[in-house]
Design a protein around this ligand. Structure first.
Ligand code: SF4
Ligand code: SF4
Ligand code: SF4
Length: 314
């Protein structure tokens, strides 16, 4: 049974109620507001930001990273134990309460390759661009953070993400929310490595500055050209990712999406944005602002009520 990690905050105007309104403006997943990650051609990411490098040639599918992620983020226990390799019989995706999974691939060349998946922390994240209420933030440290207190469940981020990462917690009756890896932002700010990188016994997941990780990845390719395909996935894909990959086999053989453009996805919407009727662009933002205003008023009133009850107790 999934734990409800909600903190019991009052949300008088339910996000579900708002979904009905938002549906009127449907079909505009990437049209929310191109402001934050506006497909700027010269954006090279935050200088000195952190990232991760997953080296698929080193991963042995032990799932220690999944376990560490589960513990570090206080996620519910999995239905299948972390030691049970039967999970590899099917390709898995991340789900609410599961921020990362490892899959096994048998490639046409006969190699068995394991691949860990999670949010890729895009340098210009489509999820953040699509969110009408700025629930996502691209942090200067590198992780793409998500604020569940702001989210009202429109799920535009899920449609916008080229890697199909954000998942929606339908089972949490009181506070359904989007869930995804946040690159252990709290641990990074505390001077620690993300939990999965710290737990990997093979050194298959390396944490560091993105620039250094790119150099490290190039060195590995140069030193062992027979081990790796000559490509660092995430250096350019989707405008660049803070989570990079090396692989011993072509990336499409291990489930990486083939159709991810080299430009940030939002940059492709810019021309379209100029052409669509404004209602498709303005409505999501309008409903977002309205929701925020009502929430703000409710919070204010709740605070006043709280202050009043303090006085009564005196
Ligand atoms: S992988 Fe998807 S969810 Fe993660 S930052 Fe990129 S667009 Fe957002
Ligand atoms: S970075 Fe943190 S949240 Fe993301 S997969 Fe690793 S342990 Fe989980
Ligand atoms: S802990 Fe490391 S070796 Fe084990 S499955 Fe995760 S990435 Fe692979």
């Amino acid at each position: 049974m999934k734990k409800d990690k909600g903190k019991g905050r009052s949300r008088g105007l339910s996000r579900r109620a708002f979904l009905g309104s938002m549906a009127l403006a449907g079909g505009t997943a990437v049209l929310g507001h191109p402001k934050k990650a506006g497909g700027s051609e010269n954006f090279t990411g935050y200088p000195g930001s952190y990232g991760m490098l997953t080296d698929l040639s080193l991963c042995v599918g032990c799932r220690s990273c999944e376990k560490a992620c589960n513990e570090a983020n206080d996620l519910p226990e999995p239905e299948t134990p972390f030691t049970d390799s039967s999970v590899f019989d099917e390709e898995r995706r991340t789900t609410p309460g599961v921020y990362t999974v490892v899959n096994r691939y048998e490639t046409p060349g006969g190699k068995v390759v394991y691949r860990k998946i999670q949010c890729n922390h895009c340098m210009e994240p489509a999820c953040a661009s699509a969110c009408p209420i700025h629930a996502y933030t691209k942090t200067p440290e590198g992780p793409v953070h998500y604020n569940e207190d702001l989210c009202f469940g429109c799920r535009y981020c899920m449609i916008a993400c080229p890697f199909y990462v954000p998942t929606y917690d339908y089972e949490s009756a009181l506070e359904p929310k989007v869930e995804k890896c946040i690159m252990c932002l709290g641990r990074i700010r505390d001077g620690l490595k993300p939990a999965c990188a710290a737990a990997c016994p093979m050194g298959a997941v390396t944490f560091g500055r993105r620039d250094d990780l790119l150099k490290l990845a190039r060195q590995r390719i140069l030193r062992s050209p027979d081990t790796y395909v000559d490509h660092i996935y995430g250096e350019k894909e989707a405008g660049g990712l803070n989570w990079l990959y090396l692989s011993p086999v072509p990336f499409e053989q291990v489930g990486f999406p083939k159709d991810v453009p080299m430009q940030p996805p939002i940059s492709y919407a810019k021309g379209f944005l100029a052409a669509v009727p404004s209602v498709f662009v303005i409505w999501p933002a309008f409903f977002g602002m309205l929701y925020a205003a009502v929430r703000h008023r409710e919070n204010h009133e709740t605070e006043k009520e709280g202050a009043g009850s303090e006085e009564v107790r005196k």
